[in-house]
Design a protein around this ligand. Sequence first.
Ligand code: HEM
Length: 512
Amino acid sequence: AHFRRKTHNLPPTIFPTLPIIGHLHLLKTPIHRTFATISAKHGPILVIRFGSRRVLLVSSPSAAEECFTKNDIVFANRPRLLAGKILGFNYTSMAWAPYGDHWRNLRRIATIEIFSSHRINNFHDRADEGRLLINKLVSECSSQVNLKLVFQELTLNVMMRMISGKRYFNGEMDDKEGKRFREIAKETFMVAGASNLVDHLPVLSWFGVKGFEKRMVSLQKKRDSFIQDLIDQSRNRKPKDIKDNKKKTMIEVLLVLQETNPDYYTDELIKSFVLSIHNGGSLRGSYWGFYKNIHCETEVLVQSQELLTAGTDTSSTTMEWAFSLLLNHPDVLTKAQNEIDAHMMNHNQNRLVDESDMASLPYLRCILNETLRMYPAGPLLVPHESSEDCMVGGYHIPRGTMLLVNQWAIHHDPSLWSEPARFDPERFQGLEGTRDGFRFMAFGFGRRSCPGEGLAMCMVGLTLGLLIQCFDWERVSEEMVDMSEGAGLTMPKAQPCVAKCRPRPTMHKLIS
Ligand code: HEM
């Protein structure tokens, strides 16, 4: 059943709404699919309840457009969820900060000091990580390659090199510090796994919730002290690095700012900044735990996020989906290989692709866009919250409403895409960039959209380009790669992508 509350002109809702938990009982994983089914039945603008929290669920381009254009400032706030309090440094990190001066300043620093193309180009070498990856694959080629691990380690190395100049996987850092980092990463996975409780909602007890909170707090302490150590080390190294402007790490950039304004650029701020950057896309939560929190208020939604694995999570998951699609569509893989070969031939060059080639490889970009359409790493974006009353689709939306934009539903709407379930990179031919109005926006839109977009596209594009250029790839058996989505809000693959590769004969010289 479905009705409209004419009196207040609120959007339609759905029945039944249960006491305390609201509509939480309806939520089955993968949650973006459940929401898409609900919206297809009841409409693209709906109000549902997560316990006491009012949630606006939007799943059409025109409604999304209204939220992120005329109402962009109103929705630029974030809801205060438990994870934001604990992992988001009491709501001071970029992703969790309420809309206001502090958030604006973080975004401004990030835009200029971290994500400007000048900085992205000068941060510690992603191409170098690419080459190390090729070496690793050449030596592992005889056996099957677990691409999930390969991509996770690569993106962790890239992000940590950018942040602190260090790499922690495969190589030099097999010391105490590397071990500590890898342990934190592992624990993050465990906490993430343990808290994926949506299936067990009815049996959750207050103790379960408290136990989880305790684990998050303890994990956060370890991350905090890890980053503090990195800051202290950088502080000791600083004078000589400052001169070498090009090779400054992110921590060093922030330490220079600390000198000019120590009261604002405290170590706390640097830590929250580092973690929210590192956290990258996973702010939307690599998973959400929904619980019935009987004890406290009637707050029932807890969004959790990974930190140390997370900035990497969105990018590495995107790489994994892209590669799985390519393994299942060898014709597309060959076409991408031909494009890279032709590009090199046209320029009379015999070298590995680098980021500067990306603009000349439109088909590779189509593959990325089509991957992000089918498997957007933030299928529901990150939750927003309205800071004032506003109107969407002619409905009245009260202040304090949490906004979820189901971009997965928009990306799979058959009235917007022909055969949405088909992998068809050609459909993006001619599109420059990563946005197609409001029907395709894998990085969000407006003030709160992803600041890491440029970096992510470089990192994912370069990695795929190198692997396609250097190796021939095959599935491990006749069977197609399993494409099921695991439980979680960053759209993880249920099964890790495993493949076989062989260096291409024409590339032997270059990669040996
Ligand atoms: C393929 C990779 C990625 C995808 C698909 C992605 C997507 C997104 C999306 C959909 C949002 C939420 C937008 C909204 O709230 O409406 C977001 C936010 C964010 N992303 Fe990304 N992202 C990716 C990679 C990264 C990387 C590599 C970084 C950092 C290095 C990053 C940093 C952030 C931050 C800090 C926010 C929060 C911004 C704010 O609240 O002001 N992302 N991302």
